[in-house]
Design a binder for this molecule. Structure first.
Ligand SMILES: Nc1nc2c(ncn2[C@@H]2O[C@H](COP(=O)(O)OP(=O)(O)O)[C@@H](O)[C@H]2O)c(=O)[nH]1
Ligand SMILES: [Mg+2]
Length: 349
């Protein structure tokens, strides 16, 4: 099963856990002082205390061990980003160790119950309690490196972009000022949302629209990411950018044939080549934008140059300032990519 939403639980530190254990332990006091002999009252109280501590701690361990995402069941987009951020081996080790602590706790608990039950004096009971708390403290403190690691992993997971890799996704690329954001605005039904993107100071702008009544489509504008040569990126940033290939069902590359954006046709074609080879396997559509101000000659030169790179790239003439031609682009994507995808998923089921 693929899980699309990343949620990390609160991960306590060893110190917080120990403080909580002490709190739980000593908040429990003898109930209704009765005619019961002192030792039996003490025995009952201590049994209640160790039981409550065990319950508290095993819940806490379980919340962490089962609450943190299982890397293997994540969508590859998230899995790849997470594996760039955190050490996979340490992550798995830490989760296993916290999970295992529940078992160790059980045996500490059983020993304590036995010692308290078989105690014949009040001193024996106090000794059993001290022993129990000391072993619990050791157990908690022994988890310190793992809990610290998981706590920092949880903080990183919370910063992952909140996008749904399960949706049909269009990723928009092109040099700055060519009209990418305008395109996303043209086709989105609401205001695009902003999500942080790991390893960059950049953000993803995510718009949505619905087609064929109920198929939700996600459009991602990537300011600062797919609008500069990939060759200038450091390795980690590049891998994070390339994780987008797991999301992109279609790439829309926007080209400005006028000199309005400040980038030459040559620079834009170089980026096109890079995107095409880095995202090979993902269908790419090319939009020649700003046809409201472009000359016929500028548009034709751009289209001819694209045809030289690859004559099979579908091309569109648009003007995103007034959304002219954008509907045709979406209709093309519906007919050639969304409907075939739906057909395929129906055949598989
Ligand atoms: N004339 C004209 N200007 C456009 C068109 N699309 C975008 N622009 C302008 O180009 C600039 C950059 O647009 P924007 O969508 O922010 O580009 P981005 O940097 O690629 O996201 C803005 O000033 C837009 O108003 C268009 O079709 N025609
Ligand atoms: Mg923009």
């Amino acid at each position: 099963m693929v899980i699309n939403v990343i949620r990390a639980p609160h991960v306590p530190t060893s110190e917080e856990l120990w403080d909580a254990v002490v709190g739980v332990y000593f908040s429990l006091q003898a109930r209704n002082p009765s005619i019961e002999p002192g030792i039996d009252r003490l025995r009952r109280l201590e049994l209640r205390r160790v039981r409550e501590v065990r319950k508290y701690l095993s819940d806490a361990f379980r919340d962490v061990a089962l609450g943190m995402p299982f890397l293997d069941s994540l969508h590859p987009f998230y899995r790849e980003l997470i594996e760039l951020m955190i050490d996979r081996t340490m992550y798995k080790h830490s989760l296993a160790k916290v999970g295992h602590a529940t078992k160790a706790l059980s045996s500490i608990y059983k020993d304590a119950v036995m010692a308290i039950r078989s105690a014949t004096t009040g001193n024996d009971i106090v000794r059993a309690r001290r022993n129990f708390l000391a072993r619990v403290k050791d157990l908690i403190m022994d988890l310190k490196p793992e809990l610290d690691f998981l706590k920092s992993a949880a903080t990183k997971l919370d910063k992952l972009p909140s996008i749904d890799p399960g949706l049909f996704t269009i990723v928009v690329s092109g040099m700055p000022n060519v009209g990418k954001s305008s395109f996303v605005r043209c086709v989105s039904s609401g205001k695009p949302k902003v999500a942080e993107y790991p390893f960059t100071t950049k953000e993803l702008h995510v718009g949505h629209f619905t087609v064929l009544n109920d198929v939700k489509v996600q459009v991602i504008d990537t300011p600062g990411l797919l609008d500069r040569p990939l060759s200038e990126r450091n390795k980690i940033e590049l891998q994070a950018i390339l994780a987008l290939k797991y999301l992109a069902r279609v790439i829309v590359f926007i080209l400005d044939p006028t000199n309005h954006s400040g980038y030459s046709l040559m620079e834009q074609l170089n980026l096109l080549r890079e995107i095409r080879s880095s995202f090979s396997g993902t269908p790419l559509l090319l939009l020649v934008n700003k046809i409201d101000i472009a000359t016929e000659n500028e548009v034709n030169t751009a289209l001819n140059s694209v045809a030289v790179i690859d004559g099979s790239i579908p091309t569109f003439r648009v003007s995103t300032i007034n959304c002219n031609g954008c509907r045709e682009v979406i209709n093309y994507i519906i007919d050639n990519h969304i409907i075939p995808m739906l057909r395929e998923s129906m055949n598989i089921q």
